[in-house]
Write a protein that binds this ligand. Sequence first.
Ligand code: V47
Ligand code: SF4
Length: 397
Amino acid sequence: MDAEQTLTLLLDNPRLSAELKAIAQKVYDNQRITFDEGVLLYEKAELSYLGALANYIREKRHSNKTYFNRNFHIEPTNLCVYDCKFCSYSRLIKQRSEGWEYTMDEMLDIVKKYDGEPVTEVHIVGGVLPQYDVEFYSTLFSKIKQHRPDLHVKALTPVEYHYIFKKAKIDYATGMKLMKDSGLESIPGGGAEIFHPEIRDQIAKDKCTGDQWLAIHEEWHKLGMRSNATMLYGHIEQYWHRVDHMERLRTLQDKTGGFQTFIPLKFRNQDNQMSNVPESTVVEDLRNYAISRIYLDNFDHIKAYWAMISRTTAQLSLNFGVDDIDGTLDDTTRIYSMAGAEEQNPAMSTKQLVELIKQVGRYPIERDTLYNVMTDYNDFEFPDEPKPQFYKLPVIN
Ligand code: V47
Ligand code: SF4
């Protein structure tokens, strides 16, 4: 049965409540759901219902295609002037002796380590420290581009940009233009957390507000550039805060069209000041992916960060609206390993990721940052792939 037949069956189900049927009909008719309907989905919809709707949208947009990107990370430092309660980089958690603060040359050495490797993107993200200012980052970006012009620089979040522009006494528009001219090509989705001040003030008090986060992305989009958005869910927020978060993103996306991908980030409770807060269940994670896919009708992609949710949940997520999986290579992103990532060593080779996607009947597509297709792995044979071995089973009489 395909995704359309599944949704049609659901619409014909006499036991489905009128309100959930109305939402399913909207999805079938390609209509946008409202804020209240978003909350209703979180409060009342079962996983199988949500999966039917989200998978219908996913397959209409992307059929079986599942994207991934070969990138590597640079984390300039694991120390931070801010004190986000969920973060293991926070100044209250991290003792200076356990910290690192890379110099410009050390960061360039990391880039050089990947010379000759088939990576298309460097993702730069980490803590906020005073020495990493406008001049530092603009020089870093231009040096990376000088060294390797084909490497896409996806770097920093509005948290860093707000901090460094304020210090340099320049406005967001001037700052983002300067970053673009220095070699910045896109902005990752981090720093969004939960926009609503009722929650943000409790978990991420001093850093940029939700409005400032959105304003910086808006300036970036005005320059014709693309970015991502995240949502840190499953801690002290209520369902309506999640819908409010997505509503703000959907509204900005209507205005600019600059977002590419939405990445729900499951709150992990190790090694931070919120260890007493229980983590969401797998069922809740899948429901959240599905509702994101349904609500954000103007976002092309929903991405799962497999290192945080485990390989099996990542596979499952592909039936709940996700069409993109993050993370290949020997890319041990420490921000996650420290927060209690599902995988102790979150490293997966391209071959393993391709297999993970194929095992659940989807088509792996390697993309670049802007979703240009690099390699279609559907019929691809890895050169060093061992030939399948068949063993004769003993005949038991
Ligand atoms: O903003 C911090 C999150 C984010 C925890 O754009 C935590 O392609 C869970 O944004 N539990 C940074 N999450 C990472 C990020 C990202 C990741 C992958 C891809 C992209 C992209 C962006 O990490 C932070 C924060 O929301 N984070 N601590 C934690 N305990
Ligand atoms: Fe700093 Fe970002 Fe961690 Fe907040 S989430 S403490 S801003 S590294």
